[in-house]
Ligand binder design. Structure first.
Ligand code: GLY
Length: 421
C-alpha cells in the first residue's frame, strides 16, 4: 500500500518540480534573494556605521592592506556613496533608524555645493542629496543640489563643448601633460545637471549635459562601442590632442568600469532627453559588455576587457604590467547590472536580453564568491573590486561604490518586477 501511494505521489512531485524549473531557470533572482541581500546589508552596515562614526568628517570607502577601514575626506569622488548606500537600504528595509543615519551622513556634505575642483560633484551630491531629496522631498535639499549643479557647470567650456573632468592629466608614458582631460566617468555626473534643469526650468544645465554627451559619442566611443577612458582636448581650440587611459590596462584597451560608466551614463541620458542617439549608444555599449568573448560566464568582468592580452601594452609608468593576475571588478558588474535594468525597460530594446544579463550579475554577486559573510569584509557588502591597478591601489578589495550600485540594482529589480507582476 505504502509503495502504491509513493508510486502515485512521486511522479506528481516530479511533474510539479519540473514545471517550476523553467521559472527558476530564467529568473535566478527572486524576492527572497532581494530580502536576503538587504538583511545582510543591514548587519554589515551597522558595523560600518559604528566604525565610520569614530570621525565626523571622513567617509568610508574601502579597506587598507591590513584590512582596516579606509575613509576619505568629503572632497574625494566617493564621499556621497556611503550616505547613498544608507538611502538605498532605507528604500529596501523601510527602517527609520537607517533613514536618520542617511540624513546625518548626507548633511555632512552640504558645503560641497560650492566645490569646483573636479567634475565628480555629480557623484558626490546626486548619490547623497539626490537620494535624500527623492525620499524626503525636503526643498532645502533641492536648493543644495541646484547650487551644486551651478558649481559643476562652471567646469563647462563652450569652445570644447565639454565639462573638464580633472584639472590636469599626465600620460603614463611620462611624455605629456594635458590641461583639459575628459574621462568617460564624467557621463555619470550629468544626472545632476539634468535634475537641475527639471527643478529650475532653466534649460542651460540640460543643454550643456547634452553637448557633453554628444562630444563623448564623437570622440570617446570607439567604432565597436568600447570606450577610451581619457580624451584630452586643447582648451584654446577644442581639438582632440590624445586618447589614453588612466585606470585601464593600455591606451587601446577597454577598462571595464569605464565601459560600465558609459552604459549607465548613456542609459540615463536617454531617460532624461528621449534622444535616440543616446539609446543606441547605451545599447551598443551594453552589447559590447554582455557579448564580449572575454566576459566570464558569471558576467562579472575582469578589471579590463583586454588585461594581459596580446596587442595591448601598458605604458612604461603604469603599474598594470606588474599585475599578472586578471582580477575581477565587482564594481563594474554592479554598475552594469543597475544600468541594464533601466535599459531593459525602454521601448525598442531587447529588454529580455538586458534584464537576464542583469539578473545573472545580481545572482553572481549574491553568491558566496562575491558577497561577504556577515561579520567579515570590514562591514562592506561585496568583495573583489578594483580601484586602480594602473596606480597599484585598491586591488581586490571591497569598494563603497560597488555596494551602492548593487543596492540600487536590487531596488530597481524590485520596482521592475512589482510593475510587471
Ligand atoms: N570615477 C573614478 C573611478 O571609477 O575609479
Amino acid at each position: 500500500m505504502k509503495q502504491k501511494i509513493l508510486a502515485i505521489i512521486f511522479p506528481l512531485c516530479l511533474v510539479g518540480a519540473l514545471s517550476l524549473m523553467p521559472l527558476f531557470a530564467c529568473t535566478p533572482v527572486d524576492k527572497t534573494l532581494l530580502t536576503e541581500n538587504f538583511d545582510i546589508a543591514r548587519i554589515q552596515y551597522r558595523y560600518l556605521l559604528n566604525e565610520g562614526s569614530r570621525t565626523d568628517t571622513l567617509f568610508p570607502r574601502t579597506l587598507d592592506d591590513s584590512g582596516k577601514l579606509k575613509l576619505t575626506d568629503k572632497y574625494e569622488w566617493t564621499s556621497g556613496f556611503f550616505p547613498g548606500c544608507l538611502w538605498y537600504m532605507y528604500d529596501g528595509l523601510k527602517d527609520d533608524s537607517i533613514k536618520n543615519e542617511a540624513i546625518k551622513w548626507t548633511e555632512k556634505l552640504e558645503s560641497l555645493k560650492d566645490f569646483t575642483e573636479h567634475h565628480d560633484l555629480g557623484f558626490m551630491m546626486y548619490c547623497s542629496y539626490g537620494n535624500a531629496y527623492r525620499v524626503t522631498g525636503n526643498p532645502n535639499y533641492k536648493n543644495i543640489l541646484v547650487e551644486a549643479a551651478k558649481s559643476l557647470s562652471s567646469r563647462f567650456d563652450p569652445k570644447v563643448g565639454s565639462i573638464k573632468s580633472w584639472n590636469r592629466f599626465g600620460s603614463w608614458d611620462g611624455k605629456n601633460r594635458y590641461d583639459f582631460p575628459v574621462i568617460i566617468d564624467n557621463m555619470m555626473n550629468l544626472e545632476l545637471l539634468f535634475f537641475a534643469s527639471k527643478v529650475t526650468g532653466d534649460p542651460y544645465f540640460k543643454n550643456i549635459a547634452v553637448k557633453h554627451a554628444e562630444n563623448v559619442m564623437k570622440n570617446q566611443i570607439r567604432e565597436d562601442y568600447s570606450c577610451h577612458h581619457v580624451v584630452c582636448y586643447d582648451p584654446q581650440t577644442g581639438a582632440v590632442l590624445s586618447k589614453e587611459t588612466s585606470q585601464g590596462y593600455a591606451n587601446n584597451s577597454t577598462w571595464a568600469r569605464g565601459q560600465s560608466w558609459g552604459i549607465y551614463g548613456f542609459t540615463m541620458s536617454y531617460r532624461e532627453t528621449g534622444d535616440k542617439r543616446f539609446l543606441n549608444t547605451a545599447k551598443k555599449m551594453a552589447d559590447f559588455y554582455i557579448d564580449n568573448e572575454n566576459l566570464p560566464s558569471d558576467f562579472v568582468a575582469y578589471w579590463d576587457f583586454n588585461a594581459n592580452e596580446k596587442g595591448y601594452t601598458p605604458s612604461v609608468k603604469s603599474k598594470a604590467k606588474q599585475t599578472p593576475t586578471k582580477y575581477r571588478d565587482v564594481s563594474a558588474a554592479a554598475v552594469t547590472a543597475s544600468a541594464l535594468l533601466e535599459l531593459s525597460t525602454f521601448k525598442g530594446v531587447d529588454g529580455t536580453k538586458y534584464r537576464e544579463a542583469a539578473e545573472k550579475i545580481i545572482a553572481s554577486l549574491s553568491s558566496p564568491a562575491y558577497r561577504a559573510k556577515t561579520g567579515t569584509n570590514g562591514g562592506f557588502l561585496l568583495k573583489h573590486s578594483v580601484g586602480s591597478i594602473a596606480h597599484g591601489v585598491e586591488i581586490d578589495v571591497p569598494l563603497v561604490y560597488a555596494d551602492y550600485y548593487f543596492l540600487e540594482a536590487l531596488n530597481r529589480y524590485s520596482a521592475i518586477t512589482n510593475r510587471t507582476n
